[in-house]
Design a protein around this ligand. Structure first.
Ligand SMILES: [Zn+2]
Length: 307
């Protein structure tokens, strides 16, 4: 079985991992995205890194395919990037086709939350399970639903926009136009905003998490509120779909169990006891490797066909 390359295309960085047939990342590369330079430049620089990774393989071993996770809406069928707020320079572009033509390798592409979910499902917290919901909390909040081993896309490819589930109809206005979305409580920028409102001090969401761990009571209260909101969203998803494993990824889980404990407590208030008793809320066990291994899994599926 040949090696594959997983790529995590981020707003500021692109991470690449060379993955062997035992699903181990055996080499990594990391470059700036610089999407403002346009599609041609991004593809050229990724192709350069792919060549560098290929050159590490012993003679006779080859790279068979490439998988890519992209931030924001994508058409996973055509492989086109749609409107990506974080990557305006390569928005609305035929990314997969361009990378395929440049490298002469089969390329698979999907939304980064779905790709990270695949990594976690096949190689991390989801091992041995049939279904799982992955919620990634970072600058934004996204989700991916895996049911009986398959990703659910919905009828027009928008399944998983769970960051914009309303958890409080009287809550804060969200940038999406709605009100009281999960994202207005849990995203990094939301944690920062709530901390600034409570203390007058503007720090990053990650710093709010660090201060909560260090015992800062304002930061802890904000994390608990975020966890309660997350619990409401999990309860609604579990009551609707009867999926029992929820894996939480993204920077916010580094704040430790405070967020997840609050979520576990609140989901019991908003779901049937028989449902909540079976819900498991776990932190991602793979961290930054989830998107790379998920992208590698997608790449390998290109070679083997089917799920
Ligand atoms: Zn929203």
């Amino acid at each position: 079985m040949s090696c594959v390359i997983g790529i995590d295309l981020g707003g500021s960085k692109i991470a690449l991992g060379l993955v062997n047939s035992r699903d181990e990342i055996i080499a990594r590369r990391r470059i700036d995205t610089e999407s403002d330079a346009g599609l041609g430049s991004v593809i050229e620089r990724i192709a350069f890194e792919i060549e560098a990774l290929k050159s590490l393989l012993p003679a006779g071993r080859r790279v068979g395919a490439v998988g890519v996770g992209a931030p924001g809406p994508v058409d996973h069928i055509s492989g086109d990037l749609l409107t990506l707020v974080n990557l305006p320079g390569i928005s609305n572009s035929p990314f997969r086709r361009a990378l395929q033509e440049r490298t002469s390798l089969p390329v698979a592409l999907d939304h980064d939350a779905k790709v990270a979910a695949l990594g976690e499902f096949h190689f991390g917290a989801g091992i041995g399970r049939e279904s799982m919901i992955y919620i990634v909390i970072g600058t934004g909040v996204g989700a991916a639903i895996i049911y009986q081993g398959r990703l659910i896309y919905g009828e027009s490819n928008s399944a998983g926009e769970s960051g914009h589930m309303t958890v409080d109809p009287n809550g804060h206005r969200c940038h999406c136009g709605s009100r009281g979305c999960l994202e207005t409580y849990t995203s990094g920028p939301a944690l920062a905003k709530h901390y600034a409102a409570a203390t007058g001090e503007m720090i990053s969401g990650a710093e709010v998490g660090r201060r909560a761990l260090a015992g800062d009571e304002n930061a802890r209260a904000i994390l608990r509120a975020a966890g309660r909101a997350l619990g409401i969203a999990i309860a609604s998803l579990a009551m609707t779909l009867n999926i029992e494993l929820f894996v939480i990824g993204g920077g916010v889980v580094q704040a430790g169990d405070l967020l997840l404990e609050a979520a576990r407590a609140s989901l019991r208030d908003y779901s049937f006891p028989a449902v909540s008793a079976r819900i498991q809320v776990s932190a991602s066990v793979m961290g930054e490797d989830a998107p790379l291994l998920g992208a590698a899994w997608l790449a390998r599926r290109q070679l083997t066909g089917g799920f």
